[in-house]
Design a protein around this ligand. Structure first.
Ligand code: BMA
Length: 324
């Protein structure tokens, strides 16, 4: 039986954001990106809404903005931030991940298009009003996250291309690419192959954008196991479990894994992770913040339905990666 690491604590006010906190049509509020700017926390969250509201008939996806003074209690803006009608080639944007590099705010999205799923990188302003798409990967690729600074003069990202022919059913890995300008990406290298993660029998890929520590880049990843399909959520045949994993990457060369926690960081255990959601037993981190006192706030989508927070000490997380 897998268990969550003992060094991480779920926040007692979990879930910290749900559809009830959203003043417009909202049903599943999850897989958010979070950053802290001048003492204020900003969250962009995915909102899958139903029509009629609460009907379990999914009607669309948009991206909402929430703000917080303490990272726990959130206030949602009156309107969704980025709409769900894109026209043309793009069908929808979802699973936003936020990062600040050289003072600019970037959002990585999964982008469903008429010709495959692509990883998009966009720039926004400090009010999160504008969206300038800078680059879109070739399909299929998603779960893209940016490192918080250039490494050896290049922007750097982790990503999860998903090859459907060559690796076997749903076996995907985490990769690295870098870029001089966020537009042209190359130097693509394998970072975390699925077989290196003992608790995943299916895909692994990036989750929250990495944070910098003295010992290396601390990077949360998602790790998926295929299990017997079960019906205890909205979806009739949901047969996967999603865990949060953790690894430490070399500061100078982030394609080098210094350590991988042999046990998952978070395993679905709490009621809001295991019962009555859209897809139960899913934990998907999208934001990680390192506070000055060494506390790490990890934000994660639970059961594809609500947004949660767990906290840990950064040294404990590093020790976990080194299996100490
Ligand atoms: C993935 C994505 C995520 C989601 C996960 C679990 O394929 O769609 O957004 O959280 O599945 O349903």
């Amino acid at each position: 039986m897998l268990k969550s690491a003992s060094c991480i604590t779920r926040h007692p006010l979990n879930p910290v954001l749900t559809a009830k906190d959203v003043p417009y049509d909202a049903d599943l509020v999850f897989n958010a990106g979070v950053i802290k700017l001048d003492g204020t926390y900003y969250m962009l969250f995915r909102n899958d809404y139903c029509y009629p509201r609460g009907s379990q008939k999914l009607a669309g996806t948009n991206i909402g903005l929430a703000r917080s003074a303490d990272g726990v209690k959130w206030e949602v803006d009156p309107e969704p931030r980025f709409g769900d009608y894109w026209g043309g080639e793009i069908k929808r944007l979802y699973d936003p991940r936020l990062q600040v590099v050289d003072g600019e705010i970037y959002i990585c999205f999964a982008v469903d298009t008429h010709h495959g799923i692509r990883g998009g990188i966009a720039r926004t302003d400090r009010d999160f009003r504008t969206l300038e798409m800078i680059s879109m990967s070739a399909p299929d690729n998603r779960n893209m996250v940016l490192f918080p600074e250039k490494i050896n003069g290049k922007y750097a990202r982790l990503e999860r291309p998903f090859p459907v022919y060559s690796r076997g059913y749903d076996i995907f890995d985490a990769w690295y690419s870098d870029s001089p300008d966020l537009k042209y990406w190359g130097n693509t290298q394998l970072v975390l192959p699925r077989e290196k993660v003992p608790f995943a029998n299916a895909k692994v890929g990036p989750a929250a954008p990495p944070i910098k520590t003295e010992k290396g880049w601390l990077a949360a990843f998602h790790a998926v196991s295929a299990v017997r399909p079960k019906k205890n959520g909205w979806e009739k045949k949901w047969g996967k479990e999603y865990y949060a994993g953790l690894m430490l990457l070399d500061l100078e060369d982030p394609t080098k894994v210094i350590g991988i926690a042999e046990q998952p960081l978070l395993v679905p255990e709490a009621k809001y992770e295991t019962k009555g959601g859209f897809r139960n037993d899913v934990i998907f981190p999208g934001g990680m913040i390192l506070e000055d006192n060494g506390e790490v706030k990890l934000y994660y989508g639970a059961a594809d339905t609500v947004e949660c927070l767990a906290t840990a000490n950064v040294d404990d997380l590093i020790a976990l990666c080194l299996n100490k």
